[in-house]
Design a protein around this ligand. Sequence first.
Ligand SMILES: Nc1ncnc2c1ncn2[C@@H]1O[C@H](COP(=O)(O)OP(=O)(O)OP(=O)(O)O)[C@@H](O)[C@H]1O
Length: 291
Amino acid sequence: MSAAVTVEQVSKRYGARWALQDCTLEVPTGSVTALVGPNGAGKTTLLHLLVGLTEPTEGRVSVLGASPRTDPTHVLPRIGFVAQDHPLEPRFRVDEMLAVGRRLNPRWDESLARDWLRERQIPLADRVGALSGGQRAQVALALAIAKRPEVMVLDEPAAALDPLARREFLQSLMEAVAERELTVLMSSHLLADLERVCDHLVVLAAGGVQLVGPIDEIAASHRLLVGPPGDEQAVARVHQVVHARHTPRQTTLLVRANGHVYDARWQIEDVALEDVVLAYLQRRPDQEVAA
Ligand SMILES: Nc1ncnc2c1ncn2[C@@H]1O[C@H](COP(=O)(O)OP(=O)(O)OP(=O)(O)O)[C@@H](O)[C@H]1O
C-alpha cells in the first residue's frame, strides 16, 4: 500500500524544548489512522507539520509526495484540516464562512458544503458563535470536505463534544470517507473515541512514536501472559515484553508475540487494544520502538 503521508526521522524543537524527536511513520493511502497520545505528546505539532503550519527542525515530511512547506501549492489544496477546537470566526454567519472557503480554495465544492449542512439541519443564516459545539464541529468538517481533499487531517476534532455529538461527528466523517476515497489522520488522547472508526494506529508519547501499524495486526499480535513470579527472561528471549507487572504471587506480561506462545507455565489471554496502548504509554523512554 502506498503512503499518503511519510514522516522520516522528524524532530521539532521549540526553543530549548523538543516537541518531537526522531519520529518515523507512514500513513497508508486510503487508511483511517488514529494518532493517539497523552496531553503534550506532540500530536498537534506533528499535524501542524503535515499541513505546513510549521517546519521540522530535522528530518523530512511528505504529503502526497511533496513537502507542505517547500511545495505548498501542490500539497495544501489537497489537504482538509480540522484544527483543534474548530477555530471559526464567531461573528460570521455560516454562509459567510462558506464564502471564505469558496474564495480561498480552487477545488471548492459549494453544493457539497450546502448539502452537508442542510442534511445536518444547520441553518446557513445562523452566526457561528450561536451554534452548539457539535454544530460548529460539523461546520468545520463541511469547510474541510468542500475542499474535496485527498487527505483529511483532524486534530482532536471531537474532544469537546458530548458523547452523542461525538458519535454523530465521527459518523459524518465516515460517510465522507466512504463516498470519496479519503486518507484520514485524526488525533485524540482517547483511543476509545477512534477505535471503532480507524484501521491504523500511531501511538505518540513524549515526542516519540511508540507504536505504529494496522489495528488488526496490533490486536492480533499482543497477548497478556500470566504466570509464575520472576519468570520473565525466557519469554523475553522470544517475544517483545512491552510491559511487566510483578507481585509476590505472579508475573503479568503484556507481550508483542513473535508467533505463537507455547508455554504451559503461562496462562495466555487476549488483551484489549486500549490496554495495549496504555502499556506502550507506560514504557520508559529508552525502550525500543515497535514498528
Ligand atoms: N508554539 C509552541 N511553542 C513552544 N512550545 C510548544 C509550542 N507548541 C507546542 N509546544 C510544546 O510541545 C510539546 C508538544 O505539544 P503538542 O501541542 O504538540 O502536544 P499534543 O499531543 O497535541 O497535546 P494536547 O493533547 O494537550 O493537545 C508540549 O510540551 C508543548 O508545550
